[in-house]
Design a protein around this ligand. Structure first.
Ligand SMILES: Cc1cc2nc3c(=O)[nH]c(=O)nc-3n(C[C@H](O)[C@H](O)[C@H](O)COP(=O)(O)OP(=O)(O)OC[C@H]3O[C@@H](n4cnc5c(N)ncnc54)[C@H](O)[C@@H]3O)c2cc1C
Length: 390
């Protein structure tokens, strides 16, 4: 049964859903508030089932083409002492390989794949959505009216449509600013070997992605900033890593002068129900697990596969398909959001004592323990991978 499906938000989740649903023969339209799409953005490590689904969708080759080399991640103390050095090859032994790629690069791969199959309207948002029986009448920002059997809201963490139509959602604030960017210059760091500095209330990651390109990402915990408040990012970055090595200081100065590209506040959504009638929350809009879970993109891709799966199982009954989607996702959301909270406590310790405990435990972990620490939080059970519920 062919359905009219409107997807608001053509990001990672929205485009994956568009791909899967249009492949099933549904009439899919994607709208996005952005005037254009770019490849820019922060680096993500797409892992585990996210890579597996991209493979199933036939996009691995393009994904690898857009990716950056990743060999080692060294967790460091501020004084340059290594806490643990983890090999990606070792870590990948228990999961699908992980792929280091910019969010924009991953988005580009998805967009190139669907752009000839699916209608994408840029510069467009939902002004109003009125549910009437089994259909939803949507007024778009350009004044046009569309009728949809299903409206998927995949607008990212700060989704205004969620705010309007899902009143029980709460934004959990991590009081953590994240910022970063990319710079082109001959830097001298080893390509594919990353440094992640763990310190009290902050974490700094340096990613040499080519001999002449380097990315930096950092998370700084700050009490007392409002959820929309933007502190002066340059000042915060300069002040936060003052005692670090000369090499780190020089790098930070370069980023402050010419390389900072994004600054935002970390948060995650707690949505008791991802479904309201035939409006469905997908991706960060419904269950952002934050950058600290390291699994947001994978969960967006998996979450996009879930409604497509359930609609194909009960094509006559969209209400049941939506309900099954919510039932499947809630325990997974608990798991990944729980991991994000744990990671926040470990990787951004709140006191010298916590930092010391983390450094000691991580440094003395056996290889087996380390494998478990790194891979357990990123896998799903066979049942979950095949969308079995109840
Ligand atoms: C610093 C950082 C590091 C990360 N690292 C990782 C990692 O290592 N591994 C990982 O798996 N994940 C990581 N993530 C998380 C991952 O990037 C997100 O979970 C993922 O991008 C979410 O996809 P999405 O499609 O839900 O939202 P987005 O990718 O944010 O896309 C939302 C889309 O909706 C559009 N939009 C917004 N508002 C509207 C509106 N009103 N109407 C229409 N369109 C709208 C936007 O323009 C955008 O195109 C990281 C995130 C950050 C911030």
């Amino acid at each position: 049964m062919k359905r009219n499906i409107l997807i608001s938000g053509g990001g990672i989740a929205g485009l994956t859903a568009a791909k899967l649903l249009s492949s099933q023969g549904h009439d899919v339209t994607v709208i996005d508030k952005a005037p254009s799409f770019t490849k820019a953005g922060f680096l993500i490590s797409l892992k585990s089932f996210g890579v597996k689904i991209m493979d199933e969708l036939g996009m691995t080759e393009n994904l690898l083409h857009e990716s950056s080399p990743s060999e080692y991640a060294a967790f460091m103390e501020a004084n340059e002492r290594v806490i643990q050095k983890i090999s990606y090859e070792e870590m990948n032994k228990n999961t699908e390989r992980s792929v280091l790629i910019s969010r924009g690069g991953l988005h580009h791969v998805l967009f190139e794949n669907i752009k000839d199959e699916v209608k994408v309207l840029l510069n467009t948002t939902i002004s109003q959505a009125v549910q009437q029986g089994d259909t939803t009448r949507v007024t778009l920002s350009d004044g046009t009216a569309v009728t949809a059997d299903l409206v998927i809201i995949a607008e990212g963490l700060r989704s205004p449509t969620r705010e309007q139509y899902f009143k029980n959602c709460k934004l959990e604030d991590f009081n953590t600013i994240y910022m970063g960017g990319k710079l082109k210059f001959l830097h001298g760091y080893t390509v594919g070997s990353f440094k992640i500095y763990i310190d009290v209330n902050k974490m700094l990651s340096i990613y040499p992605i080519a001999p002449d390109e380097i990315a930096l990402q950092c998370y700084i915990q700050e009490a007392g900033t409002s959820s929309t408040g933007r502190p002066n990012a340059n000042e915060l970055l300069a002040n936060s890593f003052k005692g670090y090595s000369e090499g780190v200081q020089d790098l930070l100065k370069r980023f402050i002068a010419e390389g900072l590209m994004f600054v935002d506040k970390m948060g995650m959504i707690n949505a008791p129900d991802l479904v309201n009638g035939h409006l469905v929350l997908l991706g960060d809009a419904g269950y952002c697990p934050t950058a600290l879970s390291g699994m947001g993109a994978s969960l967006s891709i998996y979450g996009a596969k879930a409604p497509a799966h359930f609609i194909s199982k009960t094509p006559e009954n969209l209400t049941l398909a939506c309900k099954n989607y919510n039932t499947l996702m809630q325990p997974l959301i608990q798991k990944f959001q729980g991991n994000a909270r744990k990671n926040a406590a470990s990787f951004i310790p709140k006191s010298e004592e916590r930092l010391h405990q983390f450094v000691h435990a991580f440094r003395s972990a056996s290889d087996d323990d380390l494998q478990k620490i790194m891979t357990d939080p990123i896998i799903l059970t066979e049942e979950q991978l095949s969308f079995k519920i109840g």
